[in-house]
Design a protein around this ligand. Structure first.
Ligand SMILES: NC(=O)c1ccc[n+]([C@@H]2O[C@H](COP(=O)([O-])OP(=O)(O)OC[C@H]3O[C@@H](n4cnc5c(N)ncnc54)[C@H](O)[C@@H]3O)[C@@H](O)[C@H]2O)c1
Length: 302
């Protein structure tokens, strides 16, 4: 059985929805859990109270687990640091960080207020960045860490009125890919989940006949596995929703190679557009320079 005894976990946005399920599952399997949540409305505009986090802490304790509530916001550097501090003060370490907190404010980009745009970036992107940055030195010092970031199908494929939400969520991939490399030798593993579940945040975007099969409970095992010692893979993007789990990766088309020693014109792009965009023969995307070298060799340039 996969357990988390002696592991200290922080789950942000764990007062409700997906984060609550992550915290309950980790807590039920021996992790000491910091249940972080500012409480309040889905927009992040109104309310705010420690009761959401406290209720989940009580549930974990009632089931025999250990947990502490934190109502600090992820969205400011000092308060993100305090969230990590709760784990360090209580239990002296932080092994698992699940960056899950989120808010939702939508609209066409040109109609959204700058305040709404900045709030979305602050919670989703900067919040993840602040918490991860605060946790990393402790994970590196103990040569062990499991970090999970939260993406979204919207960040991968888009959704009308969700440009800022999508941008902050796809930003997780850039964050993950380079942190993975920075941490390749120090025991810190970082992955990203793109969850789909029926919560207050998704209620307008998931069809009701699907939604009833999409409890956050059937997402949580994937996140818990990514947070476990058994997870040795770093830098993966996993989709999880309705009990269906799979890896998502980028592929590239074969493209068109011109001779860079010859003059290249805009018209050549125009004429070759179908070939440049052809995805009938794809290969894993390994970086923008990956296919160039063999092509230049074939042209006799290397
Ligand atoms: N539900 C889905 O289908 C779905 C799909 C893709 C991605 N996501 C992402 O999963 C995560 C969880 O979403 P959910 O559906 O459970 O939504 P939710 O609204 O139920 O939960 C989000 C939680 O984050 C908390 N929170 C908001 N701002 C915070 C802050 N500054 N600091 C700490 N906590 C804060 C909220 O109080 C709330 O409890 C979010 O990042 C969301 O974008 C959800």
């Amino acid at each position: 059985m996969i357990r988390y005894d002696n592991r200290v976990a922080i789950v942000t946005g764990a007062g409700t929805g997906l984060g609550r399920e992550y915290a309950l599952l980790l807590g039920s399997r021996g992790a000491k859990v910091v249940v972080n949540d500012t409480g309040g409305a889905m927009s992040g505009r109104d309310g705010g109270s420690s009761s959401a986090a406290t209720a989940v802490v009580e549930e974990i304790r009632a089931a025999g687990g250990e947990a502490i509530a934190s109502s600090d916001s992820v969205a400011e550097p000092a308060s993100a640091q305090r969230i990590i501090g709760v784990a360090l003060n209580a239990w002296g370490r932080v092994d698992i960080l699940i960056n899950n907190a989120g808010i939702l404010r939508t609209g066409p980009l040109q109609e959204m207020t700058l305040a709404d745009i900045e709030a979305m970036i602050a919670v989703h992107f900067m919040g993840t960045l602040y918490c991860t940055r605060a946790a990393l030195p402790h994970m590196i010092a103990q040569a062990y860490g499991r970090i999970v970031l939260t993406c979204s199908g919207v960040g991968l494929r888009g959704l009308a009125d969700h440009s800022i939400y999508g941008a902050t969520k796809s930003g997780m991939l850039g964050l993950m890919d380079s942190i993975k490399l920075d941490c390749k030798d120090n025991g810190v593993i970082i992955n990203t989940v793109a969850p789909s579940a029926e919560t207050r945040m998704s209620k307008d975007t998931i069809r009701p006949e699907l939604a009833r099969h999409m409890s956050p409970r059937v997402v949580a095992p994937m996140v818990a596995w990514l947070a476990s010692e058994n997870c040795k893979q770093s830098g993966a993007l996993l989709s999880a929703g309705g009990g269906y789990f799979y890896k998502v990766a980028f592929y590239k088309g074969r493209g068109v190679q011109f001779d860079p020693a010859q003059p290249l014109t805009v018209e050549m792009i125009d004429e070759n557009w179908p070939g440049i965009c052809d995805m009938s023969q794809v290969e894993p995307f390994m970086g923008t320079l990956a296919g160039l070298e063999p092509n230049l060799r074939k042209l006799g340039h290397l």
